[in-house]
Ligand binder design. Sequence first.
Ligand code: FES
Length: 251
Amino acid sequence: MAMVKDQLFGKTMRKSYAKYQEILEMPNLLKIQKDSYQWFLNEGLQEVFRDVGTITDFSGKLELSFLDFTMKDAPKYTVEECVEGLRAKIRSMNDAMGIPNTLKDFGILEDEFKAASDNLYLMTDDGSYGEHGFVTVKLQQLLESGRQYDEVLAIGPIPMMKFVSKTTEPFGVKTIVSLNPIMVDGTGMCGGCRVTVGGETKFACVDGPDFDGHQVDYAELMSRNGVYRDREAQVAKEHVCRMEAMGKALI
Ligand code: FES
């Protein structure tokens, strides 16, 4: 027959049906959890931000540092106020954007770009949406009209970044390009993403991917990026997507 004993758990007296005497007192699991969460709020969160360290942009003009924090029930600013504050800081920025075919084909974030820009210029190669022409056409017009830019940021196909840089160079406008060479290990060890910038060898995965667009050796970059072109074309023809087949079989 089971021996029933009174046993104190924390402040509560309970009945114990255990055959053996408790050797260790049961820890207060709730307290452990609450203490751990409190530590995370007071210290852990700061450690994460400090580990990431100060983030600087390529030009060295912008810097994001963690200084201090306070915890409040309600956030100090709404998301909309934060976006508006940021917009006020980058008021001089205007966007020109190019889309090869039609906007519908790509579903690019038009509304989001509109919300974040003072001016949004949509350009399509075939004129099927927005204005007809490359982004460089619009950029040239804006620069010639006397529009002042602190910096131009180009992200996209290499030829586009090359010609954006060529367009801004005579106007002396700083231009940042975000390069996308072939990457393998992403740690600076394989050399796959090697680019030449200002006559120096750089690795886009660790030194970039943002570089001074006026200093990049685009001919070398395009040649290196084309090294698998034949193989890619062949694979694109021959490849049979097993996932697609499985998906079709399921429908
Ligand atoms: S991806 Fe290997 S060095 Fe950059």
